[in-house]
Design a protein around this ligand. Structure first.
Ligand SMILES: [Zn+2]
Ligand SMILES: [Zn+2]
Length: 384
């Protein structure tokens, strides 16, 4: 679906992006580079600064018809790359170690294809979303005032490369594809006193110990509809001061679930426990949530179109037995469009995502373009 010179340009683009990674919310150069690359394909409209550094290339058909959005991510990770590659990251402590450089290149390739095969009806959007890794970007895009008028579509598709799965093999799943997750932070406030007189202070120590145990035990001690998981990731009590009874404590945990309704219950139970313990030990508290991802749920109608493309185009694919435990903020688009998030194998021996030696395989670029272009053509032909 792409010619040799476009293929070369795409590989060059992927490596340039890889060399200059930027963390979530700071994708300044990356979005400029993408903008330059996309301009050559003369989209009908090029939207900038969507939900931060987001960019969208829009192609419009003359007649009414189905609208579709394809989405990729602009951001890299605050992790030092260890690969010795000519195009290895030149930004210290930052690396494209989740393959978003590859995902962007796939959408750039799709733009190249669409510029040669413009829509006759409906519209097609290639969205380069900021800040996926922190779970903020997709939500901010949906909050942008242009989302409702320009970016809301009937369908939305996105892929993520999956290390450990055979190169180029597509993995998909009805219902939940990737889990909901949220960062839970409980700040406990008591009162310091001399360590020799703990009775004059209010130490959060025992409350913290209970909270940690209870939160870790929630999945097995409460009833949920489907899988849930809690991981206490950080806890601090007082200071390294042997003469002081601690007065402050914090517990952080990541909560996960396959279903959004189970996440609500998990959250409520965790909050309830913090409250009970603070009452018991005479502490005040605050609860905060960060990195909030809904579950990425496959829409049955969009899945039908997706499956038709898989079968008619003979793509190698497999239905997952279980949802992934990780989260993807593409889930937010599933609240506004009939969405499918699917996986594309990046090789059995490929280092796992976020590992310091990860590098997106260039062979996947064309495969990704082919899948998205086939979905686009299917939708263009569907209502004929
Ligand atoms: Zn990632
Ligand atoms: Zn990723």
């Amino acid at each position: 679906m792409i010619d040799n010179s476009t293929r070369d340009d795409l590989i060059k683009l992927r490596r340039t992006l890889h060399k200059s990674p930027e963390i979530s919310g700071k994708e300044h150069e990356t979005s400029l580079r993408i903008k330059q690359f996309l301009s050559a394909f003369e989209p009908d409209e090029l939207l900038e600064y969507i939900g931060g550094h987001g960019i969208a290339a829009c192609f419009y058909g003359q007649d009414p018809g189905p609208s579709v959005l394809f989405r990729c991510e602009l951001d890299a990770l605050p992790i030092q790359e260890v690969n010795k590659l000519p195009y290895a990251s030149k930004n210290k402590g930052v690396g494209h170690l989740c393959g978003h450089d590859g995902h962007m290149t796939i959408l750039a390739g799709l733009a190249a294809f669409i510029s040669q095969n413009r829509p006759t009806k409906g519209k097609v959007i290639m969205l380069f979303q900021p800040a996926e890794e922190t779970g903020q970007g997709a939500y901010l895009v949906t909050q942008d005032k242009r989302f409702e008028s320009k970016l809301k579509t009937d369908y939305a598709f996105a892929l993520h490369n999956i290390p450990g799965v055979q190169l180029g093999k597509i993995v998909w799943k009805p219902d939940t594809f990737a889990s909901a997750s949220r960062g839970f932070i409980a700040q406990l406030h008591g009162k310091t006193s001399h360590a020799g007189e703990p009775e004059n202070g209010k130490s959060p120590a025992l409350a913290m110990a209970n909270i940690i145990q209870t939160i870790e035990g929630l999945p097995k001690n409460e009833t949920f509809n489907k899988f849930t998981l809690t991981t206490v990731i950080h806890a601090v009590l007082g200071e390294r001061a042997f003469g002081t009874t601690p007065g402050e404590g914090v517990v952080m945990a990541t909560l996960r679930s396959w279903l959004d309704e189970d996440m609500q219950k998990l959250t409520a139970k965790a909050e309830e426990n913090v409250k009970e313990n603070c009452q018991k030990y005479n502490l005040s508290h605050e609860i905060e949530y960060v990195e909030d991802f809904p579950a990425a749920v496959t829409h049955p109608e969009a899945l039908k179109i997706f499956q038709k493309v898989l079968d008619t185009r003979n793509f190698e694919h497999e239905e997952l037995k279980e949802p992934y435990r990780w989260s993807e903020d593409f889930a937010h688009f599933g609240k506004h469009a009939k969405a499918v998030l699917f996986g594309l194998g990046s090789g059995k021996l490929q280092p796992q995502l976020h590992n310091p030696d990860y590098d997106f395989p260039d062979q996947l670029i064309e495969k990704g373009v082919e899948i998205f272009a086939s979905l686009y053509l299917e939708l263009q032909n569907a209502s004929n």
